[in-house]
Design a protein around this ligand. Structure first.
Ligand code: SAM
Length: 330
């Protein structure tokens, strides 16, 4: 699949549920309303959708959410999708998780062909962790990370940079990730979804500042490594680990975008920061043949926009897009 700007679409992210066991303050309001079950694709429908994308050339599949590991029986989906890894049709099957259920599932994920996980963790301070996630317990995530290590899964930590919340901890996070053997990626907060009383401008911390501060303590070596995604990486000489920066607001990363996203209701978003979308649930549910589904996917890819334009400043405090990150999974 090639879009109108010559970009090969080889990476699909699938939000398998809109539900989560955390309520991170920058991501969700505390009293979220979740989708009725009938609207959400079954695990079999998700498998069919993902498998169609694999047939059309997707080589990397990431399950996300909401929290993917809270979806009932989600391991059957991982197991089903693992067949594409075994067959060589897919290079990577992975997930983004808050880590709360990893202690239970790390081994099984490895059995299904998963080799790497992204775990979201914004602080190493237990009280702060509960303040940010509202409902989370740091100890459980740490147990999950230990289980992932034992299972031989490579771990990348995703940390959202939050002004006056975790900005004193960045050096500690770099040191900790180094000790644990994890890569670390800092993410700028993005203006997505209504988050109740929280104020985006107060949360926003440009990563240019974060990087400059880190450079006082660490030797950040430029490296060529690109994950195919939006992160720019350096190597921390003292720890040997990669450190990434995702800067949707200070750096537009669209020119190399190779990805599209599906929500748990089968809506395909061609860009994280734009509203245009395609309904894939109808072709999945209306026909046993995959032909209408394939046609709908190809038509949608022909509409993939050039890029997005997130802005947070005093005049733009409302969400750039109405949906929450948990809908498309970030
Ligand atoms: N529950 C899983 C997790 O915690 O990783 C997967 C879904 S979560 C929506 C994916 C990532 O998006 C997390 O790293 C989270 O911190 C990030 N995220 C959520 N809302 C965001 C926002 N407004 N700006 C930047 N990152 C956000």
């Amino acid at each position: 699949m090639i879009d109108p700007f010559g970009r090969h679409i080889s990476y699909l992210r699938v939000s398998v549920t809109d539900r989560c066991d955390f309520r991170c303050v920058y991501c969700m309001a505390e009293d979220m309303t979740f989708l009725p079950k009938a609207e959400v694709l079954s695990l079999e429908e998700l498998d069919r959708l993902c498998s169609t994308f694999v047939r059309l050339g997707v080589r990397k599949l990431r399950l996300t959410g909401g929290e993917p590991l809270v979806r009932r029986n989600v391991m059957s989906l991982f197991r089903a999708l693992g067949r594409h890894i075994a067959a060589g049709a897919l290079d990577e099957l992975t997930l983004t998780t808050n880590g709360s259920q990893l202690a239970r599932y790390a081994e099984e994920l490895r059995d299904c062909g998963v080799r790497r996980v992204n775990v979201s963790l914004d602080t190493l301070d237990a009280a702060k962790f509960t303040a940010i996630t509202r409902w989370g317990k740091l100890g459980k995530v740490m147990d999950g990370l230990a289980a992932a290590k034992r299972a031989g899964l490579a771990v990348k930590i995703n940390t959202v940079a939050l002004k006056d919340v975790n900005d004193e901890e960045f050096d500690d996070l770099v040191a900790w990730a180094g000790d644990e053997g994890f890569d670390l990626v800092f993410i700028e907060v993005m203006p997505m979804g209504d988050i109740g009383g929280e104020n985006r401008l107060e949360q926003y911390l440009p990563l240019s500042l974060v990087r400059a501060r880190l450079a006082r303590r660490w030797t950040l070596e430029e490296i060529d490594y690109r994950s195919g995604g939006p992160a720019r990486y350096v190597r921390v000489a003292e720890t040997g680990r990669k450190l990434g920066f995702i800067t949707p607001l200070t750096h537009n990363f669209c020119e190399s975008c190779n990805r599209v996203r599906i929500t748990c209701t089968g809506t395909l978003f061609m860009c994280l920061g734009q509203e245009d979308a395609a309904d894939l649930r109808t072709p999945v549910r209306q026909s046993e043949s995959d032909a209408p589904l394939e046609a709908a996917i190809r038509e949608a890819i022909s509409r993939k926009p050039k890029g997005h334009d997130f802005i947070i400043d005093r005049r733009h405090q409302r969400p750039a897009v109405a949906r929450h990150m948990s809908m498309t999974g970030g």
